[in-house]
Write a protein of this length. Structure first.
Length: 545
RNA sequence: GCCUCCGUAGCUCAGAUGGAUAGAGCAGCGGACUUCUAAUCCGAAGGUCGCAGGUUCGAGUCCUGCCGGGGGCGCCA
């Protein structure tokens, strides 16, 4: 997905500086690149904002970059740009802007005015409809630890896309027909008779439990199906993951969608018969081999219902489909993509987010999970012990592109390895300031009447700088389908808040009233940022801890 | 063999559009509570960014090739 850049995502100051740069370059007779690149240097002495534009334009202008930069800086210093104190050149030809703290005071006002609802809410999606399909576990048992990453990631991605202007639906595809269901049924029936399931059946303790209340006249498959669905739904709800729709494969097949899909594909001339089977010409659409849709025995492969399902999604009016799959299904992407192309859908309308494996550890030793023996760690156990917030934050900390190691013992001990406490604590502390201020009857003036000038402490500026970054970060995170970037940001803001809290007292007696007023508003701005971040991650923002 | 993800501090991991002296947490070391929550803060220490080439004024980031690890390559799901 390529999200177009939007004005909303770009902090005001950036636009102003970029415009000034364009103007001065034009005055110097240099063709400015279409995008003026501005960034915040890592080092303070390099200013608040920096551009490499002289380096980038040097070749086209046929002039040494430092010379170009020097002229540019001179002109920019002469032009009076709001908030800009001075412009310097440095290194091979960087142009560095040093700004007055007033630019950050404007940031504070904007954050507070926008509030939790409006701050860093973008219009990149422009109301387009996106579906995120995730978890989609077989309805043959409880969810286990292996489902956690996809569940948490999918939901956070959905929240992120909502934040940037998509209308998002969350969907769970229920694979409720086929061999796995039959195996579960047999296993339940066996336990009900007091026997052991077959070697390749299901051996988890839950099968025995489900068998115990199997009504005499009930179909064991249907009984287990109902149990599994209920359990999965409850567990996900405990994690704060609620689906808009649970889509039944069985119902889809019964509706005739399979035949319809085959007809569709045949009409487009992308199928053929060979060796008694029906094939999809997926190699014409980027796959490395053609794929069987209907086997020579007349049964269809698992691919065909999946194609029918995605065809159904588009039929329901979604503009963008995102599937969240585990790394073990990675090889399946090209054929799915090929099938959808064959049906005439654009490559940019379908994306698959692959979540790499999670290595489960307990006190540093790897926990081997075995489906056969039924030795699974249930997701419910983790959520029960840790709580939804901490579970989510643990999984959302890292990019899903990276294999992840999660130590259950460390997690369950609720140690400082878990970032949720750090972030929530920052929020609780700010709330505490408000609470105590109210208790002491401290009145606060309106924002418009408050002079934010006293906010000059480096800790204060750091909080505001971090807040200023959220809109553009949100844009990038959405574009990259990377909610972990929001998790990193929120951690960063929490760090800035803790530092500020430590060095910048608000209610202490020796703080003058002007400063106190300004700091109360700073706390408000930071609260907005923490809440926006936590809400995208799906974690709560407690007012006390 | 082919495809794909990963390789950054002792450990777990961040590092958007290539930028200036590569960051954080945890563990360990040394400090800071008469205060709005010390679940916090500060300091020191800790790095051949897997290796080798290439592109570039500039590469952890882009390209190529290796090395190491995970996952996948069925008329299984």
């Amino acid at each position: 997905m390529r999200a177009p850049s939007t004005r909303e995502a770009n902090p005001v100051i950036r636009e102003q500086l970029a415009a000034a740069l364009r103007d001065e370059l034009a005055a110097l007779g240099v063709d400015a690149p279409t995008e003026v690149h501005l960034e915040q240097p890592a080092r303070r002495e390099h200013g608040d904002w920096s551009t490499n534009i002289a380096l980038a334009s040097a070749k086209a202008a046929a002039r040494p970059p430092r010379e170009l930069a020097a002229e540019l800086a001179e002109r920019l210093n002469a032009a009076s740009i709001p908030h800009v104190e001075r412009v310097e050149i440095a290194g091979p030809g960087f142009v560095n802007f040093h700004l007055a703290p007033t630019w950050l005071h404007e940031v504070a006002r904007r954050v507070i005015d926008d509030g939790e609802e409006g701050f860093a809410r973008l219009e990149i999606g422009r109301g387009r409809r996106a579906m995120v399909e995730f978890v989609s576990a077989n309805p043959t048992g409880p969810l286990h630890a292996g489902h956690a990453r996809g569940a948490v990631f999918g939901d956070a991605l959905a929240r992120l896309l909502e934040r940037v202007g998509y209308v998002v639906a969350r969907e769970f595809y229920i694979n409720d027909r086929g061999t796995q269901m039959a195996k579960m049924g047999h296993s339940i029936a066996a336990r009900a008779r007091g026997e052991s399931p077959l070697e390749d059946g299901y051996h988890g303790a839950y099968i025995t439990e489900w068998a115990a209340d199997l009504p005499l006249d009930a179909d064991p498959i249907e009984h287990g199906y109902a149990k599994a669905l209920q359990d999965q739904r409850e567990t996900l709800a405990l994690l704060g993951v609620v689906f808009d729709h649970w889509f039944s494969e069985r119902e889809m097949v019964e509706s005739g969608a399979i035949a319809q899909t085959l007809t569709d594909l045949a009409d487009r001339g992308v199928t053929y018969e060979a060796d008694g089977a029906t094939w999809l010409r997926s190699t014409d659409f980027g796959d490395d081999k053609d794929r069987v849709l209907v086997k020579s025995d007349g049964e269809f492969t698992y691919l065909l219902p999946d194609i029918a399902y995605h065809r159904d999604k588009f039929g329901r009016g979604f503009d963008l489909l995102i599937d969240v799959w585990g790394a073990d299904h990675h090889g399946y992407v090209p054929r799915m993509r090929a099938a959808l192309s064959a049906l005439g859908h654009g490559a940019d309308q379908f994306d698959v987010a692959i979540t790499q494996m999670v290595r489960l550890l307990r006190d540093g030793d790897e926990v081997k999970i075995s489906k056969r023996s039924g030795q699974l760690i249930e997701l419910r156990e983790i959520v029960d012990e840790l709580g939804s917030d901490a579970t989510r934050l643990v999984y959302l900390q890292q990019s899903v592109d990276s294999p992840q190691s999660v130590d259950l013992a460390v997690m369950l001990a609720q140690s400082m390895e878990n970032p949720v406490f750090y972030v929530q604590m920052a929020h609780a502390r700010l709330c505490s300031i408000r609470r105590v201020a109210a208790e002491r009857g401290i009145e606060r003036g309106s924002l418009a009447e408050t002079d934010l000038g006293p906010l000059r402490h480096e800790r204060e500026l750091e909080v505001l700088r971090t807040l200023n970054n959220l809109p553009s970060l949100m844009e990038i995170a959405a574009r990259d389908h990377a909610p972990h970037k929001v998790a990193s940001w929120v951690r960063e803001l929490a760090g800035a808040v803790h530092g500020w809290y430590h060095d910048c007292p608000v209610l202490r007696d020796d703080v003058d009233d002007q400063t106190r007023q300004a700091r109360l508003w700073l706390a408000d701005a930071a609260l907005v940022g923490l809440r926006v971040g936590l809400s995208v991650l799906g974690a709560s923002a407690p007012t006390s801890m």
